[in-house]
Design a binder for this molecule. Structure first.
Ligand code: C2E
Ligand code: MG
Ligand code: MG
Length: 721
């Protein structure tokens, strides 16, 4: 019985084994996977036959050779710590779903392999047996997918996810190697206008071209990405010199501001740049990007085409802007805006011809706020449309009470032009007030010409159709192009005050520029207004250059409507020049408290005057000429300087390294105290604190020698002055 049973069992086993072998056969031949085995030395002794043909491997040549010669570790950034096959094999570990790359002549092939070590009856290691699956297809799919999620499909640049990952990886490494990393956040000015007027396809084309231009500055060190619609990021590792960064920003602005040819149209946009440097302005990716965004915002706020470095002051400014913006929304409803009027007179007779309406905000707590402060915020936030409509209504209404020969000039922001309804708004104000349209002059700056040229021309036509006059404001400061002048129906050109300023100084070519503008205007049959005349010598020269109209403090500043009415009622409609004989060069005068460091001692001094090469300081008694000092200009800006002139408590010092432009109208040092230095003084690594010098120096004050100079308080002198 038991013999029979044994036969049965062995038959069943044999049948099972045969079935198994059949199943393996069909598994192998269906291409569902492969089997492999090695001997105790790790040499291949079996591989599914179809694998050889699929891989283009020669069976004889491969069999008997080490398996690890043929299966290479797959490079997989997300599985960086996976142990390589050779390690697993030599340790006789089980292998589960390990991705390997195969050495073949037919291109990249990836397998996912599993296997188990085998032991003979005596417990001796006998090699591996295992299976494998070809995952090449799904792997390339996944890689393509990955690439799709990392690349901006429109421009081919890295996208935000990718650049953030790159930054995070780099910042981590740089922290250890104590390197810096700068980011320049770039935003196109007036891109929205191109999109709206020329259409999205044209907008996309412009973005592609812009990306192409930016791509030209990329190198193996400099990376470029597109962050959002019209926002780009330039990453520059190892640069913290703000002179280099400022130059780079300027280059970016310049290349992006060249005209774009799109189909048969020409589009113009500008660019603004915000710069932040790790670890100075931020240690982590998000902190750094936020800092550069804030700097970008400040650059936009100070006019288009500018760059700006991040500084902790910007945080306070951003808060202030936010407050102004929300208060401005209410200002119209609460009747806090006021119109003032500055006379524009005939150059020959000094008779009043026109007044320019200049808006002011009578703020209940902050006092009078100048348009220079709130108009850019209004433009940025869109409130300008309401402000502009109010200005039109108010001026038309006021002007109804003046003699009919007096015109009113109204400033119109380029943002108001972006909307097609501007002509309608102007028409409504004219009709409601009943004013004769030819008494109204709209002052427009060159910045309106950025964007869709044909659309702008249409608005100009519409306005001329209403019968108003057009005047080109601030001529020469912006995107000046003679073609605007030839084609746009201007009645008047206003020569910007920057050309009047200093025009009489020797070696200044403003006077020649003025002559050119005047003869251009004459040829085009337009009037000219010289703006901002303050001194008699300027007045003389402006007249000699042939400007037909004059405006400036030398005749009158902007006055309230009541004051203007009083003047008009007096019957004397001419103005006499009143002002200094000569214009005195405006020195950058500052009254800022800064630190002066000498011999490890820190003194408080007052900064009276700052230029690129030096400064005038006040507050220390009798500092000998030749003394070497360090000025702490704030925000980690330490400037090494030598006292060149000394007079009681005032010293003129010369910087060892000249300051550079901060992109706005200030100056800054090229380098700052590095957060790595502060870290070395025993603090955790962080972005620069408000007073980095204090953070760094607290350790060695105790060993300092006695103070060499006497500090004097000059603030009482200020009060008397
Ligand atoms: P703008 O149109 O170029 O106006 C001339 C500016 O020069 C005015 O500054 C005026 O007060 C100032 N100014 C006139 N004469 C002299 C002078 O002799 N010396 C000096 N240093 N300055 C002089 P304000 O009133 O601060 O206006 C600044 C800018 O704000 C204006 O520049 C204009 O672009 C804008 N703005 C003013 N009112 C409005 C408005 O109602 N709407 C819009 N959109 N912008 C306005
Ligand atoms: Mg103006
Ligand atoms: Mg102007």
């Amino acid at each position: 019985m038991s013999v029979l049973k044994d036969i049965f069992v062995s038959r069943r086993q044999a049948a099972d084994a045969a079935r198994k072998a059949q199943m393996i056969d069909s598994f192998e031949s269906a291409g569902l996977g492969y089997f492999w085995s090695t001997d105790a030395q790790g040499n291949i002794d079996y591989l599914t036959p179809s694998a050889f043909s699929n891989l283009g491997w020669n069976r004889k040549a491969v069999t008997g050779t080490p398996i690890s010669n043929h299966l290479l570790p797959a490079e997989d950034p997300d599985k960086g710590n996976e142990r390589p096959l050779s390690f697993l094999l030599s340790a006789r570990n089980s292998i589960t779903a390990l991705t390997v790359k195969l050495k073949t002549d037919i291109g990249d092939v990836w397998w996912e392999i599993s296997g188990k070590p085998q032991f003979d009856a005596s417990g001796e290691f006998a090699g591996y047996r295992g299976s494998a699956k070809d995952i090449t297809h799904s792997r390339t799919e996944a890689a393509a997918n990955d690439r799709r999620t990392q690349v901006d499909t429109l421009t081919g640049l890295a996208n935000k996810t990718q650049i953030k990952r790159f930054l995070t990886q780099n910042l981590r490494v740089f922290r250890n190697t104590k390197q810096s990393c700068a980011v320049l956040m770039v935003d196109l000015d007036r891109f929205k206008q191109v999109n709206e007027t020329l259409g999205q396809a044209a907008g996309n084309e412009l973005l592609k071209q812009a990306a192409g231009r930016l791509g030209r500055i990329a190198s193996d060190k400099i990376s470029i990405a597109r962050l959002s619609a019209d926002e780009f990021l330039v990453v520059m590792p190892d640069v913290d010199d703000r002179a280099i960064l400022g130059d780079m920003a300027q280059r970016v602005v310049q290349i992006l501001s060249q005209p774009y040819a799109i189909d048969s149209n020409q589009a113009n946009v500008g660019a603004s740049v915000g710069i932040a440097v790790a670890p100075y302005d931020g240690v982590e990716t998000d902190e750094l990007l936020n800092a550069s965004e804030m700097a970008l915002f400040a650059a936009k706020g100070s006019g288009n085409g500018k760059y700006r470095f991040y500084s902790s002051d910007l945080k306070k400014q951003a808060k202030h802007r936010g407050e102004i913006e929300s208060e401005l929304r209410e200002a119209i409803a609460k009747d806090q805006l006021r119109m003032f009027y500055q006379p524009i007179i005939c150059a020959k007779t000094h008779a009043l011809k026109c007044v320019e309406a200049l808006i002011r905000w009578d703020h209940p707590e902050r006092g009078w706020i100048s348009p220079g402060e709130f108009i850019p915020i209004a433009e940025e936030s869109g409130v300008i449309r309401k402000v502009g409509a109010w200005a039109l209504r108010q001026v038309c209404e006021d002007a109804q009470n003046w003699p009919v020969e007096i015109r009113a000039a109204i400033n119109v922001s380029a943002v108001q032009f972006e909307h097609d309804d501007f002509v309608q708004i102007a028409k409504k104000a004219l009709i409601e007030s009943g004013i004769e349209p030819s008494r109204i002059e709209l002052e427009i700056t060159e910045s309106v010409f950025v964007g869709d040229y044909d659309g702008i021309m249409k608005i100009f036509k519409g306005l001329k159709g209403l019968g108003v006059r057009l005047s080109l404001d601030d001529f020469g400061t912006g995107y000046s192009s003679l073609s605007y002048l030839r084609n746009a129906p201007f009645d008047k050109i206003k020569i910007d005050q920057s050309f009047v300023r200093g025009c009489t100084e020797p070696g200044n070519n403003n006077s020649a520029i003025m002559r050119a503008i005047v003869s251009l205007a004459e040829a085009l049959d337009m009037e000219t207004v010289a703006e901002g005349i303050e001194a008699k010598d300027e007045l003389e020269l402006v007249k000699r250059r042939g400007a037909t109209h004059l405006q400036g403090l030398i005749f009158s500043g902007a006055v309230s409507n009541d004051e203007l009415l009083a003047k008009l009622e007096s019957g004397v409609l001419t103005y006499d020049p009143r002002g200094p004989e000569k214009y005195r060069a405006d020195r950058r005068t500052e009254f800022r408290r800064i630190g002066l460091i000498h011999d490890d001692h820190r003194y408080d001094v007052v900064l009276r005057n700052l230029s690129k090469s030096g400064a005038l300081i006040e507050g220390l008694l009798r500092v000998p000429e030749g003394t070497e000092i360090v000025l702490d200009l704030g925000g980690g800006q330490l400037a090494v300087a030598t006292v060149r002139r000394s007079n009681e408590y005032t010293q003129g010092v010369e910087f060892e390294t000249p300051l550079i432009s901060d992109g706005a109208d200030g100056l800054c040092t090229r380098h700052r105290v590095s957060p790595y230095q502060i870290e070395a003084a025993g603090r955790p690594l962080a972005a620069l604190p408000d007073d980095p010098y204090a953070a760094m120096s607290s350790g060695y004050q105790a060993h300092a020698r006695p103070k060499a100079f006497v500090q004097v308080d000059t603030s009482r002198r200020d009060a008397a002055a």
